[in-house]
Design a protein around this ligand. Structure first.
Ligand code: GTP
Ligand code: MG
Length: 296
């Protein structure tokens, strides 16, 4: 008898949803950064254990959108919820819930879907404060389970799998057993570049960058990629390129190293920077970058 569950991972930005997805899968399918609003689209990651298939969907962090990109991100969370049977709601240890979290929790816990509260970043958290936080949240909302974890160290993550087990339903598997993610290779490559840019650019450049893979050619023993980093201003472009091209070179080198390990082949990366003013509010640019969500 095969069983399946569709599980959405939701929560405010930066609580560690993507880190959790990667830890659950034992594979890195979603990029991670210490800046909020790193994830911009839903990312499905599939874990098949014998007869059981867990279909996880990582989602962008819940926030009030200020751009068309933000609206797209929040729409993708709504659509992910419609496609799921179970919600893993991730909150941060010892941090009070904000308005967006309260709003979402209210809706999810009233929806009739099982909601598992995952309290993340327990590494280094004060135990007494954590216990107090759990008492407070559970007095307001009803959860199927509350699971403190550290997605970073993996501590407690098996507790999530234990709680999910009885929630699987008898069903065919929707994906082949060795299937890991719905993200196409081009997008994974673009995301690796964006992750390095987010990491290396520190707070100099806000979230106004995007990456477009223009060419993706698999040649003999070699992957040849041409990609463009979009930014919103000439001044940002200068920072991304850096003195004598040093920053762009660094972003490219780190991205290439990760890509070589992931794709298991040599990579040639030709990386460019382009100014696209207000791209976050321009529908044609957004859909060209893959930020397009169908109404469901
Ligand atoms: N100490 C600690 N840090 C963590 C843990 N999980 C994630 N982080 C860090 O928290 C930051 C955000 O992690 P992400 O996984 O990108 O968070 P997210 O919820 O996906 O964020 P958005 O995509 O912006 O919504 C990163 O710097 C992670 O390394 C954890 O269990 N402990
Ligand atoms: Mg994320």
């Amino acid at each position: 008898m095969t069983r399946t569950a569709f599980i959405m991972i939701a929560g405010k930005p930066n609580v560690g949803k993507s880190t959790l997805l990667n830890t659950l899968l034992g594979e890195k399918v979603a990029i991670v950064s210490r800046k909020p609003q790193t994830t911009r689209n839903r990312i499905t990651g599939v874990l098949t254990k014998g007869e059981d298939q867990y279909v996880f969907t990582d989602t962008p962090g819940l926030h009030k959108p200020k751009t068309l990109l933000g609206e797209y991100m929040m729409k993708s969370v709504g659509n992910a919820a419609k496609d799921s049977d179970i919600i893993l709601f991730v909150a941060e240890a010892c941090k009070p819930l904000n308005a967006a979290e309260k709003n979402a929790l209210g809706r999810y816990t009233r929806s009739g879907m099982p909601v598992l509260l995952v309290i993340n970043k327990t590494d280094g958290a004060n135990k007494a404060m954590l216990a107090e936080q759990i008492k407070e949240i559970t007095s307001e909302y009803e959860f199927h389970a509350v699971i403190p974890v550290s997605a970073l160290t993996g501590d407690g993550v098996d507790g999530i799998m234990k709680e999910l087990d009885p929630l699987l339903s008898e069903s065919v598997h929707f994906f082949p057993d060795d299937y890991i993610t719905d993200q196409p290779e081009r997008r994974i490559f673009a995301e690796i570049i964006r992750e390095k840019a987010l990491r290396l650019l520190d707070d100099e450049i806000p979230h106004g960058i995007a990456v477009s893979v223009e060419d993706f050619k698999e040649e003999k023993n070699m992957l040849s990629v041409r990609a463009e980093i979009y930014c919103e201003r000439e001044s940002h472009k200068r920072i991304i390129i850096g003195k004598g091209g040093s920053m762009l070179k660094k972003i490219g080198t780190y991205a290439r190293e990760d890509a070589e390990a992931l794709f298991g082949t040599k990579v040639f990366l030709d990386l460019w920077v382009k100014v696209k003013e207000n791209w976050r509010d321009r529908p044609s640019l957004l859909s060209g970058l893959g930020y397009k969500e169908e109404d469901e």
